[in-house]
Write a protein that binds this ligand. Sequence first.
Ligand SMILES: *Cc1c(COP(=O)(O)O)cnc(C)c1O
Length: 403
Amino acid sequence: MTEATTGATPGATTGATTLALDGGTPVRTAGWPSWPPSATAEQRELLLEVLDSGDWGATSGRKVAEFTTAFAQSIGAQYGVSVVNGTIALFLALRALGVGRDDEVIVPAYTFVASATAVVLAGARPVLADVTPETLHLDPVAVERLIGPRTKAIMPVHLAGAPADVDALREYGVPLVEDAAQAHGATWRDRPVGTLGNAACFSFQSSKAMTAGEGGLIVTDDEAVYRKVWALHNVGRSLEGGWYEHPDVGWNLRMTEFQAAVLLPQLGVLDDQVKTRHRAVEFLRRELADVDGLEVLPEPPGTTASSHHLGLVRYDAAAFGGHGKDDFLAAMAAEGVPLDSGYRSLSRENALQAYSDLQPCPVAEQAADTVVWIRQSLLMADEEELSDIVTAATKVRRAFVSS
Ligand SMILES: *Cc1c(COP(=O)(O)O)cnc(C)c1O
C-alpha cells in the first residue's frame, strides 16, 4: 500500500497531495448528479393520471400501448412489446425465434450475467465467446469458431451503450438478438440500435439510460416474432383472440401503466442526455490522455452515436507503480470519485458451469482485471465537476508511483 509520508515527493505530507485514503484532503466532497434525474412535472402528471384513472394495468389502460408505439417509432422499428424487465425481454425474444432445449446461443463473455441467464431461462445453453480488446464486443472470429449445428442465435451486446458490429455477425446466417439493455439512443452507421438484428431488447431497470425502476421492451420488424413475443408475454393469448383463449403457453409478463407513465416523457429528453454524456466522455478522453496509464476506450468503428451508459477506462497498473485496479478504485473513492470495477467475465461465473462449458476467455478476463467504469450519473456532470476525476486520477497516480 501507499506510504504517503515517506517524503519521496515534495509536499507529499501536505493535505493536497496525501491521498485521502491516508488521511489527506479529498479532491471532492460534493456529490455527483443523481440517476435517475429528478422527476419532471410531466412525469408527475402522467403518473397521477394513471393513479386516478384506476386503469393501472396495460389490459385496460392506454399508456403502455402509447409508450411502446412511441419507442418503436423513435428507432424506426415496426413492432414493440413492453414487458417486466430486460432479462425477460431477452428470454421472450429468444423463445420467439425458436430457441429452446438443446439449442445454443452465443453470448459475449464480457457482459451482464443476464445476457447468459436469459438463454438458460429459454432452456438453451449459453456459449461464451471472447471479445475484442478494442471494443469489448463479441469477436466475430471467436464467434465463427463456436458456431455449430445447434447454434440457434447470436446475442451481440451493445456494451456501455456503444453499438456492436452487427453486420459482421450477420454474415454467419444465424438469427441475431441484440442485447440493447444499455444502448437507448445509440446508432451504428446512422442506423438505430434495436433495428440491426432479428429482434432487440432494451431494459428500463434503475441504472439504465431510460428507467422506470424496472421494465423491458422487445422490438422487431418481423411480424411472426412480434406475434409470438406478444403471445408469450400475455399468457399465451393471441392478438385477435379472447381473454380465455390461450392458443399458446405463455405468462403474464406485462409492464404496468405506472411504468409507462414514467417512461413516456423520457423519450423526449434521451437525445439531449446522450449528447451530454458524449461531451463528458470526450472531455475525459482529452484530459485523461495526460494521465499515463489511463485510456478511455475508443468508440467502436461505425459508431454514429453511443448512448454512453458507462465510460470504459483501461487502467494500466504498471504506470501506477504496480498498484492493482482495486487499489486504484479504493483511492479514487476516497478522493470523492466513486468508479466501478465492472464485470468479472462470465467465463469466471462458476454458477454458469451447470449450463455451459466454461472455457477461458482471455480478453474478457483481462478486461475484468484492467477496465474500470465511470458510471452514467458521473457522465451527466459538467466539465468543472468532471475535472475532479482528472485531478483525483493525477493525484492517485503521483502517490502510487512514489510509494
Ligand atoms: C441490465 C442488463 C440486462 C438485464 O436487464 P434487467 O432489466 O435488469 O433485467 C441485460 N443485459 C445487459 C447488458 C444489461 O446491462
